[in-house]
Each structure stands twice: as C-alpha cells, then as structure tokens.
Design a binder for this molecule. Structure first.
Ligand SMILES: Cc1cc2nc3c(=O)[nH]c(=O)nc-3n(C[C@H](O)[C@H](O)[C@H](O)COP(=O)(O)OP(=O)(O)OC[C@H]3O[C@@H](n4cnc5c(N)ncnc54)[C@H](O)[C@@H]3O)c2cc1C
Ligand SMILES: *[C@@H]1O[C@H](CO)[C@@H](O)[C@H](O)[C@H]1NC(C)=O
Ligand SMILES: *[C@@H]1O[C@H](CO)[C@@H](O)[C@H](O)[C@H]1NC(C)=O
Ligand SMILES: *[C@@H]1O[C@H](CO)[C@@H](O)[C@H](O)[C@H]1NC(C)=O
Length: 528
C-alpha cells in the first residue's frame, strides 16, 4: 500500500475511539476464562483489548492464546536473509498507513521504531514503473516536483484528484466503525450499511470508478497496478471498497525488525498464557454453555468464551456440535511470494529498456490495452507476475570476500518463480539449485500464502458471534483484508465479550434484587 503515495496526498483526520470508563472490580467473581485461537493480528488484538476492557470493567479474566506456528504474527511475519538476524525481511503484511489507528497507536505505545526507507536505490533509478508485459506505460521518479505533476496531469487529467477525493470520503465512512455509536458492532453487515459502505462493497472497483467519472488510463494503469500489487486482483473482480483501500497509501510505514512485533507486544501486555506450536483440533460445547478446547496433542481445557481468530477453512478444526452459524468457505488467493538476494540489478533488457536505462525500484504491472482479464482469478495476464520490487539491501555474510553488499528483491506472482524466470529478469544464468554463496542468487525464500480472499463484490458478511460464547474475527477479510482491520475486529470482539458479561451481571443483579424484594415481602416458605 505504500506504492502510490506519489498520486495521493491527503492528510486524513485522526479519529478518537471512545474511552472506556473504569468500574470497580468485584473480587468475589471467579475469573472468566477465554481461549483465543490464532496469534495473528486479530487474535493478538483481541487478547490485548480484552485485557484492557475486562480490567476497566472489573471482570477478572484469564486469557489463553493458542498458536499452531512457532511464532506470533500469522500472516505478518519476517524471514532472515541469509539466515542472518540482522536482515529480517517481511514475508507477509508489510505496510500500514497513518489512518490505521490501532497499529499506529500500538507502535507508539510499545515504543517501536518505524523503519526508515533505506532501500538501496540503484543510482538514479526511477521509483516506480507500471509494466504491461510489453512496455512500461508509466515511470515516475518519485519526486513531487512540478514536472512530475505536469506529466501525470497530462496523462491522466483530473482522475488522480477524483480518486483521491473518493478515497478520502470512503476512509471517512470507514473510520466511523472505530467510534461510538457504531463501535462495537454485533453485525458487520449492519455496520457496513450504517456507515454507508454497502454500496462500495457491492460493486467492482471498475464499476465504482466508472460511476465516479474515473475510467480510462488512470484506472487501468494506476489503480489496477495497485489492486494487483496489494491483492493480486484486477479491477473487474475486486470490490470497490478494497480498491479504495489500495489508494489510501498516505503515511505508509512499517515497524523496524518486523510488524509482528506489534502483535508480540499486544500478547505480552495482555498477560495471556501463550501456547506456541500448539494446534487446536476441536472445540466442544458443554451442557453448561462452556467450551472444551482440545489441542492436537490431546490436551484439553475449559473456557467460558472462545475467540476463533483465523479463517475457519484453514484451521482443520472440528466444532462440536456445529455452531448456529458456520462461516462459508470462500476462495483465497494463492500468492507466491519470492524473496531473494542478488548482487545484480534487474536487467533493463528484460523489460524492453535500453541497456543504459535503469529498471524502476518498484515494478508494478497491469494488463495491456484490450487484454480483458474477465474474472479469471489467476489474472496476472501477459506480465505473468504482479510485482517485483527492491525491499532492502544487506551484506552477504557468505560471499568471498564476505559482506558483499547486495540487493533484496520481492516478487508477487500467481505461479512459483523458478531459475529460468530469475535468469531472465537478472539476465544472467541462475543455476537450477538457484542459490550459490557467490552466485547470482545468494539467498532465496519461496512461500505460497493463502494471502487474502478474492474480494468479490458482496453485501453480506459472516456472523461475528457464531454461537453463544463462540466468536469469529476472520469474516472481516471479505470486507477489507489488512493487519489493521483484523486488529479492529479483534478489538470489536473483545468489547462485545465484555459487554456480554456486563449485561449478564446486570441481569443477575436485577434478578437478585427482585428476589430480595420478594423475599422481604413474603415469608420464604410461601414462595416454595
Ligand atoms: C504476502 C502478503 C502481503 C500482505 N501485505 C499486507 C500489507 O502490506 N498490509 C496489510 O495491512 N496487510 C497485508 N497483508 C494481509 C495481512 O497480513 C493479513 O490480513 C493479516 O495479517 C491477517 O491477520 P489475522 O490475524 O486475521 O490472520 P492470520 O495472520 O492468518 O492469523 C491466524 C493465526 O491462526 C493460527 N491458526 C490457524 N489455525 C489454528 C489452529 N487450529 N490452532 C492454533 N492456531 C491456529 C495461524 O497459524 C495464524 O497464526 C498481506 C498478506 C500477505 C500474505
Ligand atoms: C489513538 O491515539 C489517539 C491519541 O492518543 C487517541 O485519541 C485515539 O483514540 C487512539 N485511537 C485508537 C483507535 O486507539
Ligand atoms: C516450536 O517448534 C519448533 C520446531 O519444531 C522448535 O524449534 C521451537 O523451539 C518450538 N517453540 C516452542 C516455543 O515450543
Ligand atoms: C523508546 O525506545 C528508544 C530507542 O529504542 C529508547 O531510547 C527509549 O528509552 C525508549 N523509551 C521508552 C519510554 O521505553
């Protein structure tokens, strides 16, 4: 989402979520036991906000987080280039933006440093280019000087300004979801309708842009390059809201050392018991309304509430009995992420440039004119990939002599990247085994993610409360799939859980008061 700040430069107002009032704690209450399945953005945020909300409402709470991987962060995680802990590289969620209030606030609260943009820039290489498989349709220097603006104005007219104002009004609607009276929401469908975004999720990006008088080159070249790099989807498929999310690139940032640190601090701050390397295999509802959570190694424990913070379809979970609402299985993008280090530059010849020219640091892609993606999910089209970018630089500890400065690249593609693809873009012979300490590729990491859903237009969303005491965060991904929105859903569920306890405490209090009154009026015997 960082890629397009060249075109948009709105400063968006910060919103203020209502603060929760403190309440006296009742020491006589047994602690509420909550299990959270998944330590990604959603689960970590649920744990963190549950501990804040339960403390301020005076409910003692014991939180247990189960995570099947060996690390916190889920799809937000880093891998170390050359296995060197000095060079962590984001493998999944890599960028958040200034309107992402939960992440921005949390990184401030946890005193995390924001990574500086110290990408090694090949001298004078342009910042960004959009490649359509045949040619670069646009190349920008990244500067915001008058010449840059004039060039864009000439090519795109007023479209960038129109997109920017549409994006701002969309973000404004979305931010209402953080505040009372909208927050917390029991139903995603209801709140989306109330804030006025159902229109935007219900149509494609292409339709939304057309309706707003933004078609033609800007949509095809810039907006679509952005939906492709962020979601591996073209404009006729992805819904209008997610399209606008791609254009909301202001104040792009990342946490130094890895965005997962935000989530690790959230879990730590929550005081939760964390079980890593622990897969939950079954959730069983008991007659008394509690849940037994069983792990794949056969251990089980009982909880008052369970928060499922992972897409159900990828959890291998059995829920017994079947909950009132079972989330639908939906298609996810199978995205190949390839990270590699090389002493070489990307070859200009591979992109139809002269040998003396430089390939932009971010190569985004779009379809050539008249190539219709239709709704083919694997819509990379003639470019064959979604993006190739320089993400970092580093010193190769295994080169001779050691510590040779190299460039680290990231490729997003619908198919696995192999040595012949690498040979082509580097214009050198990359051997089949790919990696050699002094070769053209000195480190490589291949990862196939279920990265995000195909964001088909839709106007209904999964239930948040699957059953009494059973909650689900991942339905938000069909609305917007980002670290922030998962964190927002985690925070929302945490609030709903605590409000549920408060409601029950009030009811119990009323029943108790009622009983006392009745008992005061009549002898107890008469009641029996
Ligand atoms: C390549 C890529 C690039 C991206 N880029 C961005 C970006 O720039 N900015 C952005 O905001 N977002 C980005 N995203 C999206 C973002 O990473 C996700 O939306 C977000 O991290 C999802 O968080 P989550 O907590 O909802 O789910 P996850 O991160 O998937 O967390 C779910 C967790 O549950 C665990 N789990 C599953 N089943 C079980 C089980 N049975 N028992 C125990 N644990 C279980 C999983 O191991 C996982 O850790 C990107 C994603 C990818 C893949
Ligand atoms: C973020 O921090 C600001 C300033 O402290 C505060 O006003 C706002 O409510 C916070 N927002 C969220 C979503 O936590
Ligand atoms: C998780 O498993 C991995 C691999 O089996 C192991 O290296 C790691 O130490 C384990 N971590 C924890 C916290 O159990
Ligand atoms: C925040 O981090 C910086 C640099 O890592 C450190 O110098 C500073 O003392 C920290 N502040 C707090 C309040 O932890």
């Amino acid at each position: 989402m960082r890629y397009l700040h060249v075109f948009t430069n709105a400063l968006l107002p910060l919103s203020c979520a209502a603060l929760h009032n403190g309440a006296p704690s009742d020491n006589s209450m047994p602690p509420k036991r909550v299990a959270i399945i998944g330590a990604g953005a959603g689960g970590s945020s649920a744990a963190y906000h549950l501990s804040l909300d339960s403390t301020s409402s005076g409910h003692p709470t014991e939180i247990t987080v189960y995570e099947r991987e060996a690390h916190i962060g889920g799809r937000t995680t880093t891998v170390n280039a050359w296995n060197d802990p000095h060079t962590p590289i984001e493998l999944g969620g890599s960028i958040f933006v200034e309107v992402n209030h939960i992440l921005v606030n949390a990184s401030r609260e946890f005193n995390l440093s924001i990574a500086s943009e110290d990408r090694p820039k090949p001298a004078d290489a342009p910042e960004l280019g959009v490649w359509n498989g045949k040619e670069f349709v646009v190349i920008t220097s990244g500067g915001d000087g008058w010449w840059e603006k004039a060039k864009l104005l000439w090519r795109y007219g007023l479209a960038p300004i129109k997109v920017n104002s549409l994006m701002k009004s969309t973000v404004g609607k979305f931010l209402q979801m953080y505040e009372e009276p909208m927050f917390p929401w029991q139903s995603l469908g209801d709140v989306v309708e109330k804030v006025g975004l159902l229109e935007t999720t219900g149509k494609t990006g292409e339709q939304l842009l057309e309706e707003n008088g933004i078609g033609g080159l800007f949509a095809e070249e810039i907006v679509q390059a952005s939906t492709r790099v962020n979601y591996a989807q073209n404009l006729p498929l992805i819904h209008g809201l997610e399209t606008m999310v791609c254009m909301a690139a202001n104040g792009a940032m990342a946490v130094e050392g890895g965005n997962w640190k935000i989530f690790a601090h959230m879990i730590e701050k929550s005081g939760a018991t964390l079980h890593l390397n622990t897969s939950v295999s079954q959730i069983s509802k008991q007659f008394d309304g509690t849940y037994t959570v069983t792990t794949s190694s056969g251990k089980s424990a009982t909880y008052d509430e369970v928060i499922l913070a992972a897409p159900l379809q990828f959890t291998s979970l059995v829920i017994d009995p079947s909950p009132r609402h079972v989330p639908d299985e939906i298609p996810y993008v199978g995205l190949h992420v390839t990270l590699f280090a090389s002493p070489h530059k990307i070859s200009p010849e591979a992109f139809g440039l002269k040998a003396s020219e430089l390939v932009p640091q971010f190569v985004l892609t779009t379809l050539p004119p008249n190539e219709k993606p239709g709704t083919d999910p694997n819509g990379a089209g003639s470019p064959g990939f979604f993006s190739i970018s320089i993400v970092s630089g580093g010193l190769n500890p295994h080169s001779t002599p050691s510590n040779r400065p190299e460039t680290i690249y990231k490729i997003f593609s619908p198919h696995a990247i192999d040595s012949s693809f690498l040979s082509k873009i580097l214009n050198v012979d990359v051997p089949d085994k790919e990696v050699e300490d002094d070769g053209p590729v000195t480190w490589i990491h291949h990862k196939l993610w279920h990265s995000y859903p195909y964001e088909y237009p839709r106007v209904t969303f999964e239930e948040i409360k699957l059953d009494d005491g059973l909650w689900y965060t991942s339905g938000i991904e069909s609305f917007i799939s980002t670290m922030e929105t998962s964190a927002l859903m985690g925070k929302n569920v945490a609030r709903l859980v605590v409000e549920g306890w408060e409601g029950r405490r009030r009811e119990e209090g009323q029943v108790f008061e009622g009983l006392k009154e009745q008992m005061g009026q009549k002898p107890l015997k008469a009641k029996l």
